[in-house]
Design a protein around this ligand. Structure first.
Ligand code: GRG
Length: 290
């Protein structure tokens, strides 16, 4: 595949950045609302979820660009979740994506509204895809389920409950809080391409393994990385007395688990004819340093 992983990734990233930059640019500006939305949405971020949508669409035989509104809708939901997660009532974090958090700059009320508006805009953007209506309906069903009480918000509620938990409980909390949206990102690509239910199952298995590895790696980086590298505070899990994969498995155990999950993900995606990008993505996620 040579350098084509990097080329493909930069091509996807330019499409995503351009779409996100334009998404609210021509809207009427109400107080600081749109500015606060764009402050977090355009602050960088790895864009793993929208890349997964575009590439999974391609993997299932579709035209990746047709999935761009789906891809960016997921990034809007993700950005809203970060803004709300950083609020004083939740994690009370001061830095995110290398800059002061949304509420630190715009105040709590504006940050809540920016998150609300990004969440609702995501669903409007799903409907903007130039795809047959039944696929758009499936996309709405997929994203709403993953983002809501049966997915990300449910996981966040468990996390906020703050009880000490076993490793199994931690796994199921994380699969809701982080895994559900990562899986939806990939499934939306399959939906855009009108993939078969068998393909959707394979894509889901890949994304679930990737999501689990992603979270374990995140816990490792909270211990081994720096605020400069991550763009957000480190050591916060330990400071908050949180039970993490590192506290239950140690760093070496975590590294082994990331390896195993990455292998599982690669196995699931290898059923496709051209899985090269997804394989490289899983490997680069396992080694990520931010
Ligand atoms: C507030 C409803 C609500 C949900 C919050 C996802 C989430 C749920 C909170 C984020 C807390 C957190 C740090 C989780 C660890 C894994 C994770 C989702 C990290 C952030 O995602 P990245 O690394 O971030 O993809 P970037 O900035 O690169 O997009």
């Amino acid at each position: 595949m040579g350098n084509s992983f990097t080329d493909q990734m930069s091509q996807d990233l330019s499409l995503i950045e351009e779409y996100l930059r334009d998404a609210f640019a021509s809207e009427a500006r109400y107080a600081h609302l749109q500015e606060a939305m764009e402050y977090s949405l355009l602050a960088g971020g790895k864009r793993i979820r929208p890349v997964l949508t575009l590439e999974t669409c391609r993997l299932c035989g579709g035209d990746a660009e047709s999935a761009l509104p789906f891809a960016c809708a997921v990034e809007m939901v993700h950005t809203y979740s970060l803004i709300h997660d950083d609020l004083p009532a939740m994690d009370n974090d001061q830095m995110r994506r290398g800059r002061p958090t949304n509420h630190v700059v715009y105040g709590e009320a504006a940050a809540i509204l920016a998150g609300d508006a990004l969440l609702t805009a995501a669903f409007e953007h799903l409907t903007r895809a130039d795809l047959p209506a039944p696929r758009v309906v499936q996309a709405v069903a997929c994203l709403s389920r993953a983002a809501g009480s049966a997915g990300m918000v449910g996981g966040q509620a468990l996390d906020m409950a703050g009880e000490s938990r076993t490793r199994e409980e931690l796994e199921s909390l994380q699969s809701l809080k982080t895994g559900a949206l990562i899986s939806a990102a990939a499934e939306l690509g399959c939906i855009a391409a009108d993939g078969t239910s068998e393909q959707r199952g394979q894509v889901r298995s890949y994304a679930q393994a990737l999501g689990r590895a992603f979270q374990v790696r995140d816990d490792m980086l909270d211990v081994t990385s720096s605020e400069e590298e991550l763009g957000k505070p480190v050591g916060s899990d330990r400071a908050n007395g949180k039970n993490t994969f590192v506290t239950s498995l140690g760093l070496e155990g975590c590294a082994a688990l990331v390896e195993r999950l990455t292998r599982e993900g690669i196995e699931a995606i290898s059923a496709f004819e051209h899985p090269d990008f997804h394989i490289k993505l899983a490997q680069s996620m396992a080694r990520r340093t931010k």
